[in-house]
Design a binder for this molecule. Structure first.
Ligand SMILES: [Zn+2]
Length: 106
């Protein structure tokens, strides 16, 4: 039961050596991870906004809410929140895979 030695990993994206953080499964240095998280956050917002707009439009056209408008608003906020969480996570994986794939030379 010995603690794993503090060794450096090589970033899968830029090839720089870095000290792995516990819980890091991406194999990326902090800078690359921050970059990808920022991109994923952007895509997450774009996707979530598009999804929310579509559902909001569908609600307007199909349901034609005249009452409980604030409930529909809350519903859409919830949709946006969930869509953002999911698409940010998916975006992160997609961006990570694509950006690592381009430099497979080791
Ligand atoms: Zn890196």
């Amino acid at each position: 039961m010995s603690a794993p030695p503090a060794e450096t990993s090589v970033c899968a994206r830029c090839g720089r050596e870095f000290e792995p953080v516990s819980g890091d499964v991406a194999g990326l240095c902090p800078e690359c991870r921050a970059t990808i998280i920022r991109k994923a956050g952007l895509w997450g917002r774009i996707t979530a906004f598009a999804i929310t707009a579509l559902i909001g439009l569908a609600v307007l056209v199909v349901v034609r809410p005249e009452r409980f408008l604030f409930l529909w608003m809350a519903f859409l906020v919830g949709i946006y929140y969930i869509a953002f969480k999911v698409s940010r996570r998916v975006s992160f994986d997609l961006i990570r895979e694509r950006e690592i794939e381009t430099q497979e030379v080791e």
